[in-house]
Design a binder for this molecule. Structure first.
Ligand SMILES: *Cc1c(COP(=O)(O)O)cnc(C)c1O
Length: 389
């Protein structure tokens, strides 16, 4: 008996599912150097254009000078430093919640919450299209695991009738591969009727959505009574790294006491927290970022429709172009790339079979002219693959 890794890799290639990592040779931004070429990119999650912002860089530099480089211990031992604490307080205030807890990644924040709140004898209800980290968290918790139809409150309601123990409804705020919004008002109504809690992972809504940018819960005018657990990530619109959970005093204290992915890991470098505090300040001061982004989204949708492309129901910076077949999606992505434009092809298993797409993401750092160039290039390349079957 031995591991047959090569057969697995060969199958992966044959199915057009083989993945490769583009090598980025400079900072993130609309114009990037990738694999030795300058490209106009529409694939990062740097929605507000903060990942390479001079003031955020300066905050990280001075943070490193003052606080050193490494966290050097877990939060509970001696790794919880003043910048982490200040950021937690700022995020709690920004989301209008009693308390927030900082994590090094969103993946870990999700594992932490679900495994700390649920165990055997409990129930977790997840949207079928939830992010992998949420699905993994549900499975790891040992709770009864149930997936409801995408964004379907009726389907959730039916499943909730069979809930046992503590019941947690878990959803992405903005679905990461489709860009659509969770129907939180309807989902929360169902949860409430059954005494279940709601957890929202707002990785892509935190920053772009809501009147102040605090995300989808603000967008729908909901609060702690409807959404007990709010997760936001800092590596996307905030341009830095890490994540947080915001909720009640008791929720946060429970995580500190019981969440293994929180307890058994080194705190993020304090300088990263210094950088995130600066991102938060810029988000609040520079309204033009969110306004400009909204203008680009409108223009892209209008332009794509006139070319005859199939878009999804998305009001967010995630604007997938549905292609269907994986090979065709790869070919369209390659044609764009030959013309200097980079858009990632997203294929199964990240999306359902037959749901391959080009995932266009927009950033406040893009100019209107760059979006026009994307549209012109799409208009040129789409007819070349539209006839393929
Ligand atoms: C990116 C993402 C995560 C993971 O966050 P990281 O900080 O990158 O680990 C979790 N949930 C969703 C919906 C995401 O898009």
């Amino acid at each position: 008996m031995t591991f047959d890794l090569s057969a697995r890799l060969v199958d992966r290639r044959a199915a057009n599912l083989f993945r490769q990592r583009p090598l980025l040779q400079g900072p993130q931004g609309p114009l990037v150097r990738v694999d030795g070429r300058e490209l106009l990119a529409f694939c990062s999650n740097d929605y507000l254009g903060l990942a390479n912002h001079p003031q955020v860089i300066a905050a990280m530099q001075s943070g490193a000078e003052r606080w050193g480089v490494g966290g050097a211990a877990s939060h509970l031992v001696i790794g919880h430093s003043a910048p982490h604490h200040e950021l937690e307080e700022a995020l709690a205030a920004f989301t209008g919640r009693p308390r927030a807890l900082l994590f090094s990644t969103g993946y870990m924040a999700n594992l932490a919450v679900v495994t700390a709140l649920l165990g055997q004898g409990d129930s977790v209800f997840e949207d079928r299209l939830n992010h992998a980290s949420l699905l993994d968290a549900g499975l790891l918790s040992g709770a009864r695991f149930s997936r409801y139809l995408h964004n379907d409150a009726q389907s959730l309601g039916k499943r909730l009738e069979k809930a046992e123990g503590n019941a947690l409804v878990v959803t992405d705020g903005v679905f990461s591969m489709d860009g659509d919004l969770a129907d939180l008002p309807a989902l929360c109504t169902q949860a409430r009727a059954r005494g279940a809690w709601v957890m929202v992972d707002d990785a892509h809504g935190f920053g772009p959505l809501g009147a102040t940018g605090s995300g989808i819960v603000e967008h729908f005018g909901l609060g702690l009574d409807e959404v007990q657990v709010l997760v936001g990530t800092l590596g996307k619109a905030f341009g830095t790294a890490g994540a947080f959970v915001a909720g009640s005093e008791e929720l946060i204290e429970t995580l500190i006491q019981f969440a293994r992915p929180y307890i058994y890991t080194t705190s993020q470098p304090p300088a990263v927290a210094c950088a995130t505090l600066k991102s938060l300040e810029l988000l609040r001061a520079e309204h033009w970022r969110r306004e400009h982004l909204a203008t680009l989204i409108r223009r892209l949708r209008q332009g794509a429709e006139s070319i005859g492309l199939t878009l999804m129901d998305s009001p967010t910076p995630i604007q997938p172009i549905l292609v269907g077949d994986s090979a065709r999606a790869v070919r369209l992505s390659a044609l764009l790339r030959e013309r200097g434009v980079m858009v990632g092809a997203i294929r199964p298993p990240t999306v359902p079979v037959g749901g391959a797409r080009l995932r266009v993401t927009l950033s406040a750092a893009h100019s209107a002219a760059q979006v026009e160039r994307l549209l012109e290039t799409l208009a040129e390349c789409w007819p070349l693959v539209a006839a393929d079957e």
